[in-house]
Write a new protein. Structure first.
Length: 190
């Protein structure tokens, strides 16, 4: 599999959020405002890329050689939690408004199954280091793209007259489903 296939596949065809349905909690929770969505997208990009690379290194150079593969879940979660803690401290110190805007969803990146799922997919596909880096970046960019697109649509929906039963989360889920179908259509291209 070439690098272009990995990039296109990770962003559009196998989008971690809209085609594999991983990471829906922060997707729905932080997509009401564009600023919050962009901040969450940047945080997820940082965590997912670093987590993908670090977990691959731990898996390849520690867990496999010492026959500790059964410990990968714990090892991967520890890496992800540490990275999220770093992002949380950085945002709290540097960008307090974004930190406040993300609220509870920032620590939820730790349990974000999109980040964990990408790490597991990287080692299960037996990718080399460079392909893992590219795959992790593509997944992160795809997550960010979906989040920002969804936030833009949700900001426009607020201005529209939506029937009372479909307001807020209900219309958000309908739009997410339509957006998901759009990304799912890319599966036929590769």
């Amino acid at each position: 599999m070439g690098y272009m296939e990995i990039i296109i596949g990770g962003i559009f065809v196998n989008n971690i959020l809209l085609a594999q349905f991983l990471g829906n909690c922060p997707f729905l929770g932080t997509s009401k405002k564009m600023e919050t969505a962009v901040g969450m997208a940047m945080a997820v990009v940082f965590v997912l890329v670093l987590a993908g690379v670090i977990t691959w290194l731990i898996y390849a150079f520690f867990l496999v050689p010492y026959k500790l593969v059964y410990m990968r879940t714990i090892a991967f979660i520890l890496v992800i939690a540490s990275l999220v803690q770093f992002v949380e401290m950085f945002l709290k110190k540097s960008i307090p408004a974004l930190y406040a805007g993300l609220g509870i969803f920032l620590p939820l990146i730790t349990t974000n199954c999109a980040v964990f799922g990408a790490c597991i997919l990287n080692v299960d596909k037996e990718l080399n280091f460079m392909k893992t880096l590219v795959q992790s970046t593509a997944y992160a960019v795809g997550f960010g793209l979906a989040l920002i697109l969804f936030a833009g649509v949700r900001e426009r929906i607020i201005l529209a007259r939506v029937p009372k039963p479909l307001q807020d989360t209900s219309i958000g889920l309908v739009v997410a489903g339509i957006l998901s179908l759009t990304f799912y259509a890319f599966k036929g291209m590769i």
